[in-house]
Write a protein that binds this ligand. Structure first.
Ligand code: B12
Length: 485
């Protein structure tokens, strides 16, 4: 029987509720980019299979040399364990964990009985080497970046150098049946593409310092455009969604890519822009972004309190600058999606409120402003805040199961202050209904979208007036969620 590998994409909780289609499984697809040229790679995505257990059983056979899993911290781990358990029942092939969570916490991951190897960091070369060794039946020890286990104990590998992504093949999109991931924004199909990795900023809540060692690596504008042109020949889309950690660090390159897209008649959705970057853009630059078809820009505002931005989050640029810069987008054809985090260490309830009020102020700037929701702060492994809290004696989960319950809409920081925890979780829930995301993404049925839109003023009233209980809507939402499962 021919050798193959099986890659699993677990569910991500209710994050996809507000989208028309799930986000493509870019982690596994990118990790498979090299090995798929020499071995068959089969993908099973829990989110799109009607019966993922049957799909898994069909994918695994006597030639399967490994089963790979991916997960970010949180709910995805819960689903990854579910899939790993099923895979273990079906095959003796080793279970290989990759992706962000396992990379940041390889030891706790490998301590689990459902993990045999961990690929730390970028997967393209490490996964290929591991699969080759397993197929050949040779010892898999000594591969840079691949953690192994001896007598149940994790063995650390030599560190693998960061990859020069300009020389890597593109993510193996062909493995995925991309139609199933044809997510839309305002009725236009998006295609998810990564043109660079890493970010040199030192934001204290971000994984980049540890995961990408703070180093930016990018494809040249020419290379990125050539790949997008090729993808366009294969898939139907009119917007490119850039998954880069920070698309605008090299402004010249960013503008060259956007100009190239414009020539191709493609628009874009941009991720990871900060206030200081906006301040560097002239009005003519903003005109250019608009004319180049940038339909949405995601801006990391993160807090509406200067002290918190500066001392806790280590973000550059104060609120005065933030107000000024955001206001420059009034009346433009670019949606501005601002993220805000509440419930940070040392943040007082008054500061949390101030951040929420800042969010409402942003929405008042005009119909093109968006707040996806107020994110309750979760200290993620690999971040400066996490390390600081660890040093201060804060206890974090020790088992994968516990990390699987580490939810981004739950306040882990305030377990000892039930009143504050409850307030944050209610505010976070209500804040999901503040903007027009269901229309933007064409998510759900027309009825659901109408209900969502009708609720928007109520959500706003509740947050503005701190009127968060009773909250029967939450029960209705939970019921709906379980119906959709
Ligand atoms: C797209 C995206 C999403 C999508 C989901 C994507 C999906 N299908 O899984 C959505 C919008 C739903 C989402 C939601 C959230 N996200 Co998000 N998201 C991203 C984003 C922008 C891109 C991810 C991506 O596709 N990267 C490209 C791929 C190629 O990179 P990669 O996954 O790291 O894969 C490489 C390696 O990890 C490895 N690898 C990956 N999988 C595997 C598997 C195997 C077997 C092997 C061997 C190797 C391997 O090889 C790959 C190639 O080198 C990242 C930031 C970023 N730029 O990466 C944040 C990021 C992953 N998200 C993050 C967070 C915090 C969230 C949220 C909590 C919300 C929030 N506050 O933003 C929610 C959580 C959802 C949930 N319920 O769990 C954090 C994760 C931190 C952590 N410790 O997990 C990130 C890193 C952002 C950040 N700067 O902090 N997200």
């Amino acid at each position: 029987m021919k050798h193959n590998i099986v890659l699993l994409q677990p569910g991500i909780g209710d994050m996809d509720m507000f989208r028309d289609r799930p986000t493509p499984p870019l982690g596994p697809l990118a990790a498979a980019a090299v090995i798929c040229r020499e071995m068959e790679v089969r993908l099973v995505d829990q989110r799109v299979e009607r019966d993922w257990r049957a799909a898994l059983a069909a994918a695994i056979d006597g030639g399967t040399v490994l089963v790979g899993l991916t997960a970010m911290t949180g709910r995805m781990i819960f689903h990854a364990l579910e899939m790993a358990r099923e895979a273990r029942r079906l095959t003796a092939a080793p279970l290989v964990w990759g992706g962000i969570h396992a990379s940041l916490l390889p030891e706790t991951t490998l301590a689990h009985e459902l993990a045999d190897y961990v690929v730390e960091g970028e997967g393209e070369l490490a996964l290929a080497e591991l699969a080759r060794r397993l197929a050949a039946g040779t010892d898999a020890a000594g591969i840079p970046g691949v953690w192994t286990k001896k007598d149940g104990l994790p063995l650390p590998p030599e560190r693998r150098d960061l990859l020069e992504i300009g020389s890597l093949p593109m993510a193996a999109y062909h493995l995925a049946g991309m139609e199933r991931y044809a997510q839309t924004y305002k009725g236009r199909r998006m295609f998810f593409y990564q043109s660079g990795r890493g970010c040199p900023c030192r934001c204290a809540y971000c994984y980049n310092r540890a995961y990408n060692r703070g180093r930016l690596r990018e494809k040249t504008a020419e290379r990125a455009l050539a790949e997008i042109r090729e993808l366009r020949g294969r898939y139907d889309f009119s917007l490119v969604y850039f998954l880069d950690d920070n698309f605008f660090i090299d402004q010249r390159r960013a503008m060259a890519i956007l100009a190239g897209l414009k020539e191709m008649g493609l628009g874009s959705v941009l991720q990871g822009v900060d206030i200081e970057t906006l301040a560097r853009l002239t009005d003519a630059d903003l005109d250019f972004l608009e004319s180049a078809g940038v339909v949405r820009l995601a801006v990391g505002v993160e807090s509406g309190v200067d002290r918190v931005r500066r001392d806790v989050l280590n973000k550059a640029g104060d609120l005065r600058l933030a107000r000024e810069q955001l206001a420059r987008f009034r009346g433009r054809r670019i949606d501005v999606l601002c993220s805000l985090i509440v419930g940070l260490p040392t943040e007082t309830p008054a500061e949390m409120r101030a951040s929420m009020d800042f969010g409402l102020w942003i929405l008042d700037l005009g119909p093109n402003f968006r707040i996806p929701q107020f994110y309750i702060f979760s200290p993620y492994p690999g971040t400066e805040i996490y390390d600081r809290l660890l040093k201060d004696g804060v206890r974090f989960p020790s088992r994968l199961e516990e990390w699987g319950r580490y939810e981004w809409d739950t306040s882990h920081m305030h377990a000892g202050e039930p009143g504050l925890k409850d307030f944050l979780e209610r505010a976070c829930f209500v804040s999901r209904f503040l903007d027009r995301k269901m229309d933007d993404y064409g998510a759900g049925s027309a009825l659901l979208r109408a209900l969502y839109n009708m609720y928007r003023p109520v959500a706003r009233f509740r947050l503005k007036n701190n009127f968060l209980r009773p909250l029967p809507e939450r029960l209705a939402y939970e019921a709906l969620k379980s119906l959709r499962k």
